[in-house]
Design a protein around this ligand. Structure first.
Ligand SMILES: Cc1cc2nc3c(=O)[nH]c(=O)nc-3n(C[C@H](O)[C@H](O)[C@H](O)COP(=O)(O)OP(=O)(O)OC[C@H]3O[C@@H](n4cnc5c(N)ncnc54)[C@H](O)[C@@H]3O)c2cc1C
Length: 420
């Protein structure tokens, strides 16, 4: 009887979102054979890189910038539309507490980047197309997974594939996680994020603004045009539904009021999109022959813009720990457990930190509001505390693998010397 498997690979990556594409590229660069499975066809997964700005943007940290450089795609991202932000301004809607962060204060060129998702997806796909060891399965769904002398998967069209390892990068509702019977701790934030592109009367001066209100944080993220920003407005599902019904003018007026007209009058430039917010954290990231990365393993409240950055750190850590070519099966399992320990601890701390922020800033209790206001003023006056929060936003807190580290150690030592 012939081999029942249509193909055999070193690695199968399920999901071609930002995290899955980064994983496929990172392993292909190690000269491993990779199969990439994606439910969408390329035309749906990769919107045209035309003039139209993608309303879905992500804040990219220094660690992710370094990892994109390691993958050889950062130049392409820079050559397209991207916006470094130099300042951050966070304030409270109830009291007058405010914090300002400036890249200069931390001897950095910028605090991070706001980048359209479609720009990142296109750069990663271009990087992948330069690799000859990647086999694509577009428009195909993962249907089954088993482990017997290697990882075996079946697609919904009946194709069977085999590999040393299957990487689940198939998002928050991961099919692979379910097929591997991995439970997940789930929190429904009972909030919705409204996302859109905005035009502002005043220049954003490369500043990311975040206003904390009782029903959720509202962020205005600077885009490459000084009068365009991206909106992430977190609010209750009821208020979000009302906002989705109003006219473009009424939406602009409500939004301008909501963010204290910090950028003058705001005008909607795209159709607003709604995302219900929840967080989950997989009880384990690894089972025999399978490992989870990105949103398949964890999702986090978008208030600090960390979700995809944590996913990229998962991939960078995994790539650095595994030596798929030379590892024995036993050694691979040890490395995978090590990966799980390191990334789970870091991701859990970030999920807790974001939940605590959400609780603290969402409280209507007058005493909590008073303490929150004191806290913002206190942090603003204390450099080491500000540095801690700036590092969290820049993604340089916690264990960072070497391939995402370029420049971080250097700027840290510059900072230490400057402070002494
Ligand atoms: C409003 C909002 C704002 C955000 N802002 C930021 C930010 O500023 N910074 C940040 O870092 N993060 C941010 N995030 C989080 C970020 O968007 C996610 O963490 C990130 O997109 C997850 O990427 P991923 O590749 O892990 O998963 P996904 O992007 O969900 O990709 C999963 C892929 O797997 C495919 N797939 C699913 N099931 C199957 C299957 N059975 N077979 C084959 N393919 C399958 C899907 O089609 C999809 O392409 C934000 C999130 C929201 C909601």
């Amino acid at each position: 009887m012939g081999n029942q498997f249509n193909h055999e690979y070193d690695v199968i990556v399920v999901g071609a979102g930002i995290v899955g594409l980064a994983a496929a590229l990172a392993f292909a660069k190690q000269e491993l054979s990779v199969a990439l499975i994606e439910a969408h066809k390329p035309s749906a997964q990769f919107p045209l890189l035309d003039e139209a700005i993608d309303a879905k943007v992500v804040a990219i940290t220094r660690a992710s910038e370094n990892f994109f450089s390691y993958l050889g795609v950062w130049q392409d991202i820079k050559a397209s539309r991207y916006s470094p932000y130099h300042h951050m301004c966070v304030w409270d809607s109830v009291m007058d507490g405010i914090i300002h962060f400036s890249a200069m204060d931390f001897f950095e060129d910028n605090l991070g980047y706001i980048i359209e998702q479609k720009v990142i997806l296109a750069a990663l796909l271009t990087g992948l197309q330069k690799q000859s060891s990647v086999h694509y399965f577009w428009g195909e769904y993962l249907a089954d997974f088993s482990f017997q002398n290697g990882s075996q998967i079946t697609l919904t069209n009946g194709t069977k594939l085999k590999a040393k390892l299957v990487i689940g990068a198939d998002g928050a509702k991961s099919t692979l996680r379910k097929l591997c019977h991995i439970d997940s701790a789930y929190i429904d934030y009972q909030q919705v994020a409204i996302v859109a592109t905005l035009q502002s009367e005043k220049s954003h001066t490369k500043t990311a603004y975040q206003r904390f209100a009782q029903d959720g944080p509202l962020a205005l993220l600077p885009l490459s045009d000084e009068n365009l920003s991206s909106l992430v407005w977190t609010t209750t599902p009821e208020k979000a539904n009302e906002l989705m019904q109003v006219t473009k003018n009424e939406f602009g007026l409500a939004l301008t009021r909501e963010c204290d007209a910090i950028l003058g009058n705001l005008t909607l430039m795209s159709k607003p999109l709604m995302f219900p917010l929840s967080s989950h954290h997989a009880k384990s990231y690894v089972t025999e022959g399978c490992v989870l990365v990105g949103d398949a393993a964890h999702t986090i409240h978008p208030l600090a813009g960390l979700g995809v950055n944590l996913g990229l750190l998962d991939v960078a850590t995994l790539v650095e720990m595994l030596a798929l070519k030379s590892d024995t099966v036993q050694k691979r399992e040890t490395h995978l457990k090590h990966y799980e320990r390191q990334r789970k601890t870091h991701n859990q701390l970030m999920i807790w930190a974001m939940s605590a922020f959400k609780q603290g800033f969402g409280s209507q209790n007058a005493l909590v509001a008073y303490l929150r206001n004191l806290g913002l003023g206190w942090v603003d006056k204390h450099f080491s505390l500000k540095q801690f929060f700036a590092k969290m936003a820049m993604g340089t807190l916690g264990p960072i693998p070497q391939c995402a580290k370029k420049n971080i150690q250097r700027t840290d030592s510059v900072k230490k010397n400057a402070i002494i």
